[in-house]
Design a protein around this ligand. Sequence first.
Ligand SMILES: Cc1ncc(COP(=O)(O)O)c(C=O)c1O
Length: 463
Amino acid sequence: MTNLMKGARANVVDAIGGTPIIKLNHITKDLDSEIYVKLEYMNPGGSTKDRIGAYMLDQAVKEGTLKPGGTIIEGTSGNTGVGLAMWAAVHGYKCIFVLADKQSKEKIDNLRAFGAKVVVCPTNVAPEDPRSYYSVSKRLSETIPNSFYVNQYDNLHNRMTHYTWTAPEMYEQTQGDFDVFMATVGTGGTISGCGRFFKEKMPNVEIVGIDCEGSIVAHYAKTGEMIEAKTYVLEGVGEDFIPENYDFDNIDEWEMVGDKESFLMTRRLLKEEGVYAGGSAGAAICGAIKYAQKQKTPKKILVLLHDSGNRYASKIYNDDWMSDNGYLDSSFDVQIKDVLTHLNKTGNIKTISDKASIGEAITLMDEAGISQLPCTDESGAIKGLVSEKALLKPVMMGEFNQEDNISLAFNMNYKIVNQNELLSTVADALLQKDVALVMKGDQLVDILTDIDVLQYLSKTRAY
Ligand SMILES: Cc1ncc(COP(=O)(O)O)c(C=O)c1O
């Protein structure tokens, strides 16, 4: 067989690019400006780094720096690793990746699944420290024969990828119908390559870099002064040195963002826009909103979102991780278990067996002073709920007798929620059901009603 099937790509690398641009409609509702996002997570490896992986390695083969049978080495926060590993799988090369230990577990597992060797190094050491992931990658490439150190930081094919590919693609999609281009910065490849291309095509375009608190890049760009970097949690954004890929002449403005606001915005992107992107996308949108709020006239702002949310399932999209790290603080972004503690609910919940009679249920409710009683089978599984209100009329009318089985009086007007879920889940449930039954694993621990939520909010919220 010689001809490729019509409509098919020759391999996964050929499927990179052509990602859509969409408008944000809800997060932006209070702005005069419009924000459009380029969904780079729709690349096959889940990020814009698929492009630089393929482009840098194609160039390395052309230039003879990557030879057949060679080993590709890179210090990468994960996304570039996937791009390189994908290209290496298609073309038959080996890979070794060196990562800082703050990177998410998904990213590390993902690279190992590609068959790559992964070396994990400490985050909190200076780049020149022999343990840093920059130093380790360099050392490996000097000692492993027939290896090629990609070095996305100083390899200028990184920014050329965006100059020759990502930016022309966006220009063609939009016909240049935007006023501002914004992206978070790491190696500087995206902003510098796109910035140069757009400036050449659109003299009035504004290019805005988004950096994070703790990084040195924006400060250096504005003052020429090198300061000491501080630790931050965002992945892929900011640097503690200035990579060669930066082209500051093509970056007009800077916006700064912090970890917490970025993570909360990442979650809002999914909840309010259905966009499942990574933390740097939340950072980018925070930066874009800050920029938009300062504008005197409405602007069309195009923002590149670098990667997919599924690399952050155990972090940004995990309520426990967000709560444990103090990133959740709005009244509704609190976990149900914390609400129970706040309300001094002891978890000492009364239940009744599904074998019991209606009379026994009424006695128990009376003695315990409760108006809702969950019924369980021998295994503890919830079978239904009996409520004072639902019992009154049928008992009065003689429809139910005291000795009838409790199941006659069941109502299903409850929603089961896990104690690790957020209060917003309970609030949503209570808009449709009478009560929320709170579970710890498969064990029922409490009941939350409208009055509990109202009580919690009145205690914690300043009106
Ligand atoms: C998730 C994520 N966002 C943003 C960036 C920044 O892009 P660039 O390195 O092109 O400046 C990176 C780069 O590593 C990244 O992985």
